[in-house]
Design a protein around this ligand. Structure first.
Ligand code: SAM
Length: 283
C-alpha cells in the first residue's frame, strides 16, 4: 500500500486538475495540508447522494478522495468537496503576501490551504460562527501563525464599528442571498471575492467578483453548486430574484456587479444596493 503522503500528493493533482487548473502552488498546498488533522478521529461520514456513508475504518487514506466529509452531519455542515474548492481557490488566486478573509471556516482545513498559499508574509482572517467548530479550528490552526480565527459571524462583524480590514481575497464558503456591503467595501483594488450566491431552495451559482476600480466590479459565474446558508445574508427578495434568474441557464452572460438600487435592462438579478449585470464594468 502507498504511503499516506503519496495518497495526498496524488489526491492534490487529481482535485486541482479536476478543477481545470494546473496551478502548482495549489497542488503543493493540497499535498502538504493533512485533511485528517481538521476532522474528528475516524471513521468519518462521507456524503453519498442525499445522505452519508461511513468509511470502513479510521485509515486517513479514505479522506483523499474528492468527497465531502461530515463535520456536523446532523446540521448538514460538511468539509467541502476538494475539487470544487480547487476551482474556487484558482478563481480567488491568493498570492504570496496577500491578506485574505475566509468566511465559514468550519474546522479550518481550507483556512490552512489559504494560509499556505499566501505564505508567512500574508495573513488569513477566518470567521466561523459555530462555536464547537471554531474551537476545533482555532486549536488546529495554531500551527499557522499567519491565521487568526474569530468565533463570530462574518456578516455582523463588518457592519459594526470594527470594520473588516482591507482584503486582497474574500473567500466565502456558505450560501449568500443578500451580498453584505462591508465585504465589497473591504475589497482592495484588484481584490477578488469568491462566493456561492444561493436561493433558499436548490443549487446556487458560484461567483467571482473583482474590484476593477473605485466602485467598479467585474463579475463572472463559475458554475452551479449547493452550500449551507450564510447566516445573516438570507433575504426572501434577493433569493426570489436569484431563483428566477437561475430558472433559465443564462448565468454565463454575467459580466459585472453594480452597486445601486436601480437595475437597468442589463440586470441579471438584484439585491438591496447591488445587482448583477450583463454589461461589462465601465472602464
Ligand atoms: C459548508 S460549511 C464549510 C466549512 C469549511 N469551509 C469546510 O469546507 O470545511 C459552511 C460554514 O459556514 C459557517 N457560517 C455560516 N454563516 C456564517 C457567518 N455568517 N459567519 C461565519 N460563519 C458562517 C457555518 O457554521 C459552516 O461551518
Amino acid at each position: 500500500m502507498a504511503l499516506l503522503e503519496e495518497h495526498r500528493r496524488f489526491f492534490a493533482q487529481l482535485v486541482v486538475r479536476g478543477a481545470g487548473s494546473s496551478d502548482s502552488r495549489l497542488v503543493a498546498a493540497f499535498s502538504q495540508i493533512a485533511r485528517e488533522d481538521f476532522l474528528e478521529a475516524g471513521p468519518w461520514w462521507v456524503c453519498a447522494g442525499e445522505g452519508y456513508l461511513p468509511t470502513p475504518d479510521a485509515d486517513p487514506r479514505w479522506l483523499y478522495q474528492d468527497v465531502l466529509v461530515g463535520l456536523d452531519p446532523q446540521n448538514h455542515i460538511n468539509n467541502g468537496q476538494p475539487s470544487l474548492h480547487a476551482q474556487c481557490l484558482a478563481a480567488a488566486a491568493p498570492r504570496e503576501a496577500d491578506s485574505v478573509i475566509h468566511v465559514g471556516a468550519g474546522a479550518g482545513y481550507y483556512s490552512a490551504i489559504l494560509a499556505h498559499l499566501v505564505g508567512p508574509t500574508g495573513n488569513v482572517l477566518a470567521f466561523e460562527r459555530e462555536l464547537a467548530l471554531a474551537k476545533k479550528a482555532a486549536a488546529t490552526l495554531k500551527r499557522w501563525p499567519n491565521v487568526e480565527l474569530r468565533a463570530q459571524c462574518a456578516v455582523t462583524q463588518g457592519s459594526d464599528d470594527t470594520a473588516l480590514p482591507p482584503a486582497d481575497v474574500i473567500y466565502v464558503n456558505a450560501g449568500v442571498a443578500e451580498l453584505p456591503a462591508p465585504w465589497l467595501d473591504a475589497l482592495k483594488p484588484g481584490g477578488r471575492l469568491v462566493l456561492p450566491l444561493t436561493p433558499d431552495d436548490g443549487y446556487g451559482l458560484l461567483l467571482q467578483i473583482t474590484r476593477t476600480g473605485t466602485g467598479r466590479f467585474s463579475a463572472w459565474g463559475l458554475g452551479r453548486a449547493g452550500f449551507t446558508p450564510c447566516v445573516g445574508t438570507r433575504d426572501t427578495c434577493a433569493s426570489r430574484s436569484l431563483a428566477h434568474a437561475l430558472g433559465v441557464e443564462t448565468w454565463r452572460e454575467i459580466r459585472s456587479l453594480v452597486r445601486g438600487d436601480n437595475p437597468d435592462a442589463s440586470a441579471w438579478c438584484h439585491g438591496r444596493g447591488w445587482w448583477l449585470s450583463r454589461s461589462p464594468p465601465e472602464p
